[in-house]
Ligand binder design. Structure first.
Ligand code: UDP
Length: 381
């Protein structure tokens, strides 16, 4: 089976990291076409996955675009659509991994007469996308896709609520290699020394810095948490949310928390950093489509507190393998953090269950088999 993957991003967000795992089994028979250059290309190359940058023009359409902007952007995309259609003729299938990839892939699939698979990594709700964007995505997916793979029930339900065709849609969770999260304790101690967090209770937050990821909620919760608690904020503003980064720094300064909040920027040693934490917090204020960091925390055998909405609810069984709290409520978050500090034995037990459950449910080889089975129908062999 020859697959032509499409992704709009040059930077590695959750959808892109998931694509690496999906494309790897096809590395001898696939191409990943990107609509922007950047570090995601390097990551694909490091994984021996063929990659090509398909355009140097920035695609203007944004999550909040209106109809005129949306339609205007389609005209602007025509040369890219033609290029994709031409390349697609050498492949069995076009696999669109993001929304702009869906727009391009849908029309290219029509021109090249190749089937289209759309991997839906988003919750198509008003909290995340404008009406126009939802309408374009749902109509293109319904009309042109032969299969839609949703990354959670939450994403599938939102797609159907927005008018998406339920008969085309299957849920497949992200897969993970649990071996990557086995870190040598000596390495962890060294990292804790280097970060100067040895005697602290470390709460890690792993996400791009963006208002809806809710880093400000965790900083607010820190004020009400025991004094030995500190926060590591891991991630950067991937999609231009520089104002939010400034606001976070101002919030920390205003609350006098400079010694208790460390901004580490974007990192590629997530398993090592998670191992160096005592607890991991996920604080999205809008429903998370899946929440890779939640599973990664579970695989790291760390207690995880997640915002109770979207995909997070499918990943954690509260009180059994993690904690769920009301999104956007720093008081409640602080209470759960405090209880974890005060009850390490119970919390560690729960983290051990989390590792066991996540290793079984999100094993990358099983998830890849599920995808291979779904894609089998498009094989020309
Ligand atoms: N991540 C990373 N480096 C960072 C911060 C985050 O590699 O500095 C990874 C994180 O480990 C996770 C992904 O980025 O695998 C984020 O995926 P998630 O589903 O949590 O959120 P998304 O970016 O898709 O909204």
């Amino acid at each position: 089976m020859k697959i032509f993957f499409l992704d709009q991003s040059g930077k590695p967000g959750g959808a892109e990291l998931c694509l690496i795992d999906i494309a790897k089994p096809y590395q001898d028979n696939c191409l990943v076409g990107l609509f922007a250059d950047g570090s995601f290309k390097n990551l694909l190359e490091e994984n021996q996955i063929p990659v090509e940058i398909l355009t140097n023009n920035q695609i203007q359409v944004r999550k909040e675009s209106n109809l005129a902007q949306g339609l205007g952007s389609i005209t602007q995309l025509l040369p890219l659509i033609q290029k994709v259609a031409k390349i697609a003729r050498n492949y069995d299938l076009i696999y669109a991994n993001t929304q702009k990839a869906l727009v391009v892939g849908a029309l290219a699939s029509f021109i090249s007469r190749r089937p289209l698979v759309y991997h839906l990594h988003d919750i198509l709700s008003p909290a995340h996308f404008s009406k126009t964007n939802r309408m374009i995505a749902v109509n293109l997916a319904n009309k042109f896709a032969s299969l839609i793979i949703a990354n959670s029930l939450a994403s599938k339900d939102a797609f159907i609520a927005a008018g998406g065709n339920p008969k085309l849609t299957e849920v497949v969770y992200n897969g993970f290699d649990s071996q990557l999260y086995q870190i040598d304790p000596f390495e962890t101690n060294t990292l804790r020394d280097n970060l100067e967090i040895t005697d602290k209770f470390v709460v890690g937050h792993f996400s791009r810095l963006s208002p809806w990821k809710g880093q400000h909620i965790l900083i607010e919760a820190l004020v009400k948490s025991p004094p030995q608690v500190i926060i590591l904020l891991v991630g950067d503003a991937l999609f231009g949310e520089k104002d939010y980064v400034d606001k976070l720094h101002q919030q920390v300064a205003k609350l006098g928390l400079e010694n208790r909040v460390k901004f580490l920027g974007f990192r590629d040693d997530i398993p090592q950093l998670m191992a160096a934490c005592n607890l991991i917090a996920h604080t999205s204020t809008a429903p998370e489509p899946f929440g890779r960091v939640i599973v990664e925390a579970m695989l790291s055998a760390k207690p995880v507190i997640a915002a109770k909405a979207g995909g997070a609810v499918e990943l954690i069984e509260p009180g059994i393998d993690g904690f769920l709290v009301t999104p956007g409520e720093p008081e409640e978050l602080a209470q759960v953090i405090t209880s974890c500090v005060e009850n390490p034995d119970t919390t560690n037990q729960l983290a051990i269950s989390a590792k066991q459950n996540a290793s079984k449910r999100f094993d990358v080889s099983i998830i890849n088999q599920q995808i291979a089975k779904l894609l089998q129908q498009f094989s020309s062999n």
